[in-house]
Design a protein around this ligand. Structure first.
Ligand code: AMP
Ligand code: ZN
Ligand code: FE
Ligand code: FE
Length: 273
């Protein structure tokens, strides 16, 4: 059983449609595939139909943007109800804030580059959730950078003068909303240095607030981070997961490069109930 529960489509900042992600998953020899776009459930129906056609088990998910003391934390949520009003309101509020924030970043960039909002909107055409990768694509279109990676290093990183943050719920609040909506919350890449690094103390606190898993096997983690997180998972009884965090051609991450074990997946399913 090859299980990859964390990927993105054009519903957020991936480059393949939900159905294309499912077809790519079949080609990569996966048996279970999750779609977890940022702050949206938009891709689920299309992905579910395609996965069924291909004989794959589909896991509906959302990567919920959160924060703790102003620092970004990503919460991978598997199987939340797509009809829970509080959950839907929470992610909608973030999506709305993301549009405002993208407009701020574009306004700043347009003072120095031939960039305008229409170019970015075109690149985010199919997305319910806009993000910096769409701005990066527009910067590629005008020849300012050669790819998304270069855009993040040079103009869109958190230390860039063009960077602006967006509203996101406090992680403790988000955990409560997610659990009430039947979702199984896993900290996404909590060992990604310089991006979404989460400390031992914070993970310990979140474990007491209903956190279920830690995404340990992820491309952005060093061996030292994996060892730290494995120790925490054991001590706090958190389920160890792994995933590709595939974004199509938008990132180097390849489907199936990191997996969740069948035992861990069964344990997650038991929490789902
Ligand atoms: P945002 O959600 O708008 O803050 O943008 C962050 C998103 O950009 C994350 O979901 C990442 O997957 C993506 N991202 C971060 N760094 C890079 C990079 N170097 N190349 C491509 N995508 C990236
Ligand atoms: Zn992303
Ligand atoms: Fe993430
Ligand atoms: Fe992700």
């Amino acid at each position: 059983m090859r299980i990859d529960p964390h990927t993105h489509s054009t519903a957020s900042d991936g480059t393949e449609s939900p159905a294309e992600v499912m077809r790519s998953a079949a080609e990569a020899g996966l048996d279970v595939i999750g779609l977890s776009d940022h702050d949206t459930t938009q891709g689920w129906p299309e992905a579910a139909v395609e996965a069924a056609d291909l004989g794959l088990e589909f896991v509906p998910g959302v990567e919920v943007s959160c924060q703790r003391a102003g620092r970004s934390i990503h919460l991978l949520v598997l199987w939340p109800s797509g009809e829970d009003p509080d959950f839907l309101a929470m992610i909608e509020r973030t999506r709305v804030a993301r549009v405002d924030r993208a407009r701020q970043i574009v306004a700043l960039l347009s003072e120095d580059y031939e960039l305008d909002w229409d170019r970015v909107a075109l690149r985010a055409e199919n997305a319910e959730t806009i993000g910096r990768p769409h701005i990066a694509d527009a910067l590629v279109d005008i020849g300012a950078v050669s790819d998304r990676d270069e855009a993040f290093v040079s103009l869109l990183g958190t230390h860039s003068p063009y960077y602006r943050p967006h509203y996101a719920p406090e992680i403790a609040d988000a955990l409560a909303v997610v659990r009430a909506a039947g979702g199984v919350p896993i900290l996404a890449h909590p060992g990604a240095e310089g991006r979404t690094l989460v400390s031992d103390d914070v993970i310990t606190d979140l474990a007491a607030r209903g956190l279920v898993g830690l995404e340990i096997d992820h491309r952005d983690h060093s061996e030292a981070q994996k060892a730290r997180l494995a120790g925490l998972a054991q001590r706090l009884r958190l389920i160890r997961t792994g995933a590709s965090d595939y974004h199509g051609s938008g990132k180097k991450n390849r489907l199936g490069e990191n997996l969740t074990s069948p035992e861990a997946f069964e344990a997650l399913r038991e929490v789902r109930g």
